[in-house]
Write a protein that binds this ligand. Structure first.
Ligand code: ATP
Length: 233
């Protein structure tokens, strides 16, 4: 079907969302009346100087925190008034997360780590194993499936972490500095992988200080002193 016949589907809708930490004279407003929409299949980089509010925004989008004021809808569901179990369910089913420091469990194999990412998704044990093995295969890690994360290189660990995040087929993949701990060769590998995942339809949002990764994303949101603005292409 021609893409211009398909209406853009909003996945994440942020309206006038602000976040203030603390109160009184010590209060810090980390996000100021942010409004933007993320559509299915978008690939966005969140860029901006240190302390500008990128992690705060990513935490709100990933439902790891909630805005102090304003609205945030995920696939049409207003999250600011949703009950906690609904938030946990949305986050568990719809979102995958990738972090700078991988957050893999040592003492568990790569395969087990990826399976654990599907613990709350309602898949049976056999399904979890199949999906995990498929995801590791997709990222070229067949031969490292039974390795402990401590035996893997940084690039391999991040590929396991991405496999863990996408094996459950989330609607959105959130990445926080996914190349922050990698050398330039592995940065290139992870950038290619994210581009491929986006080309296959996955919606991706990544916080990054890496110019190469930021330029690869077709949309860029600049966060400056808590103010979010979209940069021109
Ligand atoms: N839990 C918190 N309590 C108080 N202040 C906070 C909290 N989290 C963040 N802040 C403050 O909010 C502002 C934005 O922080 P945030 O971590 O979102 O920035 P960032 O752009 O992600 O920075 P970096 O690139 O260094 O990770 C900073 O002034 C920070 O000190």
């Amino acid at each position: 079907m021609s893409s211009d016949l398909v209406a853009e589907q909003p996945v994440l809708e942020v309206r006038d969302a602000s976040k203030t930490f603390g109160n009184g004279p010590a209060a810090v407003t980390a996000l100021r009346a942010a409004s933007f929409t993320v559509y299915r299949g978008d690939y966005l980089a969140l860029v901006g100087p240190s302390g500008s509010g990128k992690s705060t925004l990513l935490n709100l989008l990933g439902l790891l925190d909630s805005p102090s004021t304003g609205s945030y809808r995920v696939e049409g569901i207003e999250t600011t008034t949703a009950a906690n179990p609904d938030i946990l369910s949305l986050r568990g089913h719809k979102f995958g997360f990738v972090f700078q420091s991988f957050h893999l469990l040592d003492g568990r194999s790569a395969l087990e780590n990826v399976e654990l990412g599907m613990f709350f998704t309602g898949h049976s044990r056999a399904e979890r194993r199949d999906l995990a093995a498929q995801a590791l295969h997709r990222f070229g890690l067949d031969r490292r499936m039974h390795a402990d994360p401590r035996e893997l290189s940084g690039g391999e660990r991040q590929r396991v972490a991405i496999a863990r995040a996408v094996a459950k087929q989330p609607s959105v993949l959130f990445c926080d500095e996914p190349t922050g701990n990698l050398d330039s060769r592995n940065t290139g590998v992870i950038c290619d992988l994210l581009e491929e995942l986006n080309a296959s339809g996955l919606t991706i949002l990544t916080v990054t200080h890496d110019d190469f990764l930021a330029r690869q994303a077709p949309r860029r949101l600049d966060v400056h002193d808590g103010v979010v603005s979209e940069l021109d292409q």
